[in-house]
Design a protein around this ligand. Structure first.
Ligand SMILES: Nc1ncnc2c1ncn2[C@@H]1O[C@H](COP(=O)(O)OP(=O)(O)OP(=O)(O)O)[C@@H](O)[C@H]1O
Ligand SMILES: [Mg+2]
Length: 231
C-alpha cells in the first residue's frame, strides 16, 4: 500500500549558503496492517522522513507511492490542494507537539475528524470522550481548553485526534515520549487494533517496549552520509 523509492530530502540554509542533508536513498515498502519502526541516532532524519511522507516537507528526490481507492498516487509529485484531501482521507500524523487552537475544547478537537466524515455530533463526542479516558486523561479536562494542558496531556489529545479514525496510513513521531505508563499501554492496544483493521504504520518510538510484538519491519537511518557544500 506504500512504496517509498530512493527518497531524499535536503535543506538549503540560505543564511549559511549551504545544503544540509536530512536523509537520502530511503527505500522501503509497507503492506496494510504492517508497522515499520524507524531507528537512527539524533539528526539521522527520522522526523524529517515522517514529515516528508506527510508532505509537510517536499522531497528533493524520489517517490512516495500510496495506493488509494482512487488509484496509486505519488505523494512526492502531488500539488498542495490534492495533498490536503489525501491527508484528510488517508494519512494520520502524530507529531510530538500539539498546537492548541484557541477556544476549542479537548473533546471538540478530538471529535473533529469524525465530524468531517459525517458522524453525528453527539456520537462523535462520545467516541472522543471514550478514547481520551482510555488514554487516562482526567475527566474534568474533557470540556477544558487545552492551552493550559501539561505536555503529556497535550500529547494524549494529539494522539486521540489521529487514532479516532482508522487512517489507512498512520505516521507517529515519538508519540510516547511524555506519556505515563497507563497511556502507553492503552496506545499499544490501540495500535494493535489498528493493525488488525489494516492500518499501515510508520513510527519512531523512544522505547522499543512501546511497540513490543507489533513491529513487522525496521528501517535504520544512518548518521549523515554527506553534507553537500555550496559556495
Ligand atoms: N526545517 C529544517 N530546516 C533545516 N534543516 C532541517 C530542518 N528539519 C530538519 N533539518 C535537519 O535535518 C537533519 C535531520 O533532522 P531530524 O529532525 O529529521 O532528525 P531526527 O532523526 O528526527 O533526530 P531526533 O532523534 O533528534 O529527533 C538535522 O540535521 C536537522 O538539522
Ligand atoms: Mg525527531
Amino acid at each position: 500500500m506504500l512504496q517509498v523509492i530512493d527518497l531524499e530530502k535536503r535543506f538549503f540554509l540560505h543564511r549559511l549558503g549551504r545544503e544540509v542533508l536530512a536523509f537520502r536513498q530511503v527505500s522501503f515498502s509497507l503492506q496494510a496492517g504492517e508497522l515499520l519502526l524507524l531507528e537512527g541516532p539524533n539528526g539521522a532524519g527520522k522526523s524529517s522522513l515522517l514529515r516528508t511522507l506527510y508532505r509537510s516537507y517536499c522531497p528533493t528526490g524520489g517517490q512516495i507511492l500510496l495506493q488509494t481507492p482512487r488509484g496509486r498516487v505519488d505523494l512526492a509529485r502531488l500539488g498542495d490542494r490534492e495533498i490536503l484531501w489525501i491527508r484528510r482521507e488517508y494519512i494520520g500524523y502524530v507529531s510530538q507537539f500539539l498546537d492548541p487552537r484557541p477556544r476549542t475544547t479537548a473533546l471538540e478537537l478530538v471529535a473533529e475528524p469524525l465530524l468531517w466524515r459525517g458522524v453525528e455530533e453527539s456520537r462523535a463526542r462520545q467516541r472522543a470522550a471514550e478514547l481520551l479516558l482510555e488514554l487516562n486523561l482526567k475527566p474534568e479536562l474533557l470540556e477544558a481548553f487545552p492551552t493550559g494542558f501539561s505536555g503529556g496531556e497535550k500529547q494524549k489529545l494529539n494522539l486521540a485526534r489521529s487514532l479516532i479514525h482508522p487512517y489507512p496510513l498512520l505516521l507517529l513521531d515519538e508519540p510516547t515520549a511524555s506519556l505515563d505508563a497507563g497511556a502507553r499501554k492503552a496506545l499499544r492496544e490501540r495500535l494493535r487494533l489498528l493493525k488488525q483493521q489494516g492500518t499501515a504504520l510508520v513510527g519512531v518510538f523512544h522505547s522499543p517496549e512501546d511497540v513490543a510484538g507489533l513491529v513487522d519491519k525496521t528501517y535504520h537511518l544512518e548518521e549523515k552520509q554527506d553534507v553537500a557544500v555550496r559556495t
